[in-house]
Design a protein around this ligand. Structure first.
Ligand SMILES: Cc1ncc(COP(=O)(O)O)c(C=O)c1O
Length: 474
C-alpha cells in the first residue's frame, strides 16, 4: 500500500530528541559509518521506516525519491514481492548451511552457475562472500596465493587509482584511495600503490583530448610499474565508472590503453563491478561498456538488489587451475566466510537475476537513460555546476565556485552537503561525495516520468543551494 506523504520534508531538526525516542536511543547507542559522530549527537538520524517502488518514507511521513538506490544497490526498488518470497521460502526450507569442506546448498549452486554464465569475460567459478569489501579482499588474497603457487613470491603489489573506492577491510581500504578513508587508519599498508585518477575535466592539460589524456595516464602507469619492478606488481583494480570517488566516467580509450600496459607487465586486471554490475551503465557489466577484459570480477549490491548481503568474486579458468592445485598441496584452500554463500541471500540473488532477465532490465536502462542523461546534461548550465557527467543510470554534478576557472569551493562551505541537504528538503535523496560531486544513481526500475520528477526536485535544490552558497568562492 502506498502511504501518502503527510510532511513537506521540513523535518523536525530542532536538535532535541524526546527521551527514549528512537532518535535519542540511536544517538545513545548506535555508531554510524561515514558519519560525523559529534554532529550526530545534535542532528540525530534520518529514520527511514518504509519504502515502495523508488520511494522511501521517514518517521514523520515524508516521502523521498531514493535517488541513490540506498547505497547504489536497490535496483528493483523497495517493494519487490518476489524477493521477499524468495527469502521466506528459503528461510523455511533451510535457513543456514555453509559452503566449507564440500558442503553446498541448491540456491548457491544455481546462483554460481547463473552468475558465471553472465560474466563479462569467460570466468570459471564464483566465490561468495557478504560484502563488496570482502569480495575485493578475497581478490587480493587469491592473487597472492596464485602468484605464490606460480613461484612468483615477489609479485604481490596491487595498484588502484587515486579516488578509487574498493571497500574498507584493511586490504580493500588500502586500495580505497580517498584521503578521509585512509587518514589515521594507518592506510594504505605496504604493497598497495596508487596511480592517476582518470578525471579529464579536472586533470587534463589545456587542449588535451580524451584519448591523449588516456595515453598519458597509461604512460604514467607504465612508469610506476617499471619503477617498482614488474616482477613485484601483481594486479591492477578499477571500477569501470568510479562511484564513491565522484562518479568519474573514464575518458575515451582509457581501459584499452591501460590494459595494454598491464599485459606487457603480466599484471592481472580486476574489474570491481560492485556498483556497475547488473545493468547500471546500460550493459549488464561496466566491463562491456568500457572494453575491460578482466581476469577477476567483483560484484555485490545489485546482485541481490540490496535486499540481503551477498557479493561474489569470479575468477578465470587460468587462475582457478593454479589455485586448485595449490589447495591440494595445502590440504584445502585455507579461507572462507561463515556467511559467505548464505543460502537465503543466494536465493534472493538468484531471484534478482531471474527478474533482470525476465524484465530485460538492461533494455529498460537503455531506454530510460536517454531521458536521465539529457536532464543530467542540462544541469551543466546551472551556475553551481562545473561538469555534469554520467552514463546509463548513474551520474553526478561537480560543483564549482567559478565555472571559468573551475575553482572549487572552500571545503568549509561543504557545497556538496548543502546540495544534498536541499535535495532532501525537496524530497530527494542524493549523496555528496569527495571533490564536491553530488551523485545520482536511482533504482534501475525508475520510469521516465519519475526521472523528470527527480530532476525537477534536484534543480530546485541546486537553486536553493546557490542562494545559500553561490559566490562564496575558494
Ligand atoms: C566499487 C566498490 N567496491 C567495493 C565496495 C565495498 O562494498 P561494501 O560496502 O559492500 O563492503 C563498494 C561500496 O560502495 C564499491 O562501490
Amino acid at each position: 500500500m502506498l502511504r501518502q506523504p503527510i510532511g513537506n520534508h521540513a523535518r523536525n531538526e530542532s536538535m532535541t530528541h524526546a527521551p527514549n525516542s528512537l532518535a535519542a536511543k540511536d544517538i545513545a547507542y548506535n555508531l554510524h559509518g561515514y558519519t560525523n559522530w559529534v554532529l550526530h549527537r545534535d542532528k540525530g538520524p534520518l529514520l527511514i521506516t518504509g519504502g515502495e517502488n523508488i520511494y522511501v518514507f521517514d518517521d514523520e511521513g515524508n516521502k523521498y525519491i531514493e535517488g541513490l538506490a540506498g547505497l547504489w544497490c536497490v535496483s528493483l526498488g523497495f517493494s519487490e514481492p518476489r524477493l521477499v518470497k524468495a527469502a521466506s521460502r528459503q528461510l523455511e526450507l533451510m535457513p543456514f548451511s555453509h559452503n566449507f569442506a564440500h558442503r553446498a546448498t541448491e540456491p548457491v549452486i544455481e546462483l554460481a552457475e547463473k552468475l558465471v554464465g553472465m560474466a563479462p569475460e569467460p570466468m570459471a567459478k564464483a566465490f561468495f562472500v557478504n560484502s563488496g569489501s570482502e569480495a575485493v579482499d578475497s581478490a587480493i588474497r587469491f592473487v597472492w596465493y596464485y602468484n605464490n603457487a606460480r613461484g612468483r613470491q615477489k609479485k604481490k603489489k596491487i595498484i588502484s587509482r587515486l579516488r578509487g573506492y574498493h571497500g574498507v577491510t584493511v586490504a580493500a581500504g588500502s586500495l580505497t584511495a580517498i584521503p578521509m578513508m585512509q587518514k589515521d587508519f594507518d592506510l594504505p599498508r605496504e604493497g598497495f600503490l596508487h596511480t592517476d585518477t582518470p578525471h579529464h575535466y579536472r586533470h587534463a592539460e589545456p587542449g588535451e583530448s580524451e584519448p591523449a589524456f588516456s595515453r598519458r595516464l597509461a604512460q604514467s602507469l607504465d612508469q610506476l610499474i617499471e619503477e617498482e619492478g614488474a616482477d613485484t606488481v601483481a594486479a591492477f583494480i578499477a571500477e569501470p565508472v568510479m562511484g564513491a570517488g565522484g562518479v568519474i566516467v573514464p575518458p575515451e580509450e582509457y581501459f584499452e590503453q591501460v590494459q595494454a600496459v598491464l599485459k606487457k607487465h603480466d599484471v592481472l586486471m580486476i574489474a570491481d563491478e560492485v556498483i556497475c554490475g547488473f545493468g547500471r551503465t546500460g550493459n549488464l557489466w561496466g566491463s562491456q561498456t568500457f572494453n575491460i577484459r578482466p581476469d577477476m570480477v567483483t560484484c555485490a549490491k545489485q546482485l541481490s538488489s540490496g535486499y540481503l548481503p551477498i557479493a561474489a568474486l569470479m575468477i578465470s579458468d587460468a587462475l582457478y587451475e593454479v589455485i586448485a592445485e595449490n589447495s591440494r598441496t595445502h590440504g584445502a584452500f585455507g579461507m572462507g566466510y561463515t556467511y559467505g554463500a548464505h543460502p537465503v541471500s543466494a536465493a534472493v540473488a538468484l531471484e534478482t537475476l531471474n527478474i533482470y532477465e525476465e524484465r530485460d532490465i538492461v533494455a529498460h536502462v537503455r531506454q530510460v537513460s536517454k531521458t536521465f542523461q539529457s536532464r543530467l546534461q542540462n544541469l551543466s548550465q546551472h551556475p553551481l555546476v562545473g561538469q555534469a557527467r554520467g552514463i546509463g543510470l548513474i551520474g553526478a554534478v561537480e560543483l564549482v565556485a567559478n565555472k571559468e576557472t573551475k575553482d572549487q569551493f572552500d571545503p568549509s562551505v561543504k557545497a556538496a552537503q548543502v546540495v544534498a541537504d536541499r535535495s532532501q528538503a525537496n524530497g530527494l535523496i542524493v549523496r555528496g561525495l569527495t571533490g564536491d560531486a553530488v551523485a545520482i544513481c536511482p533504482p534501475l526500475i525508475i520510469e521516465k516520468k519519475q526521472i523528470g520528477d527527480l530532476f525537477d526536485r534536484f534543480e530546485r535544490a541546486l537553486d536553493e543551494a546557490e542562494s545559500a552558497i553561490g559566490g562564496k568562492s575558494a
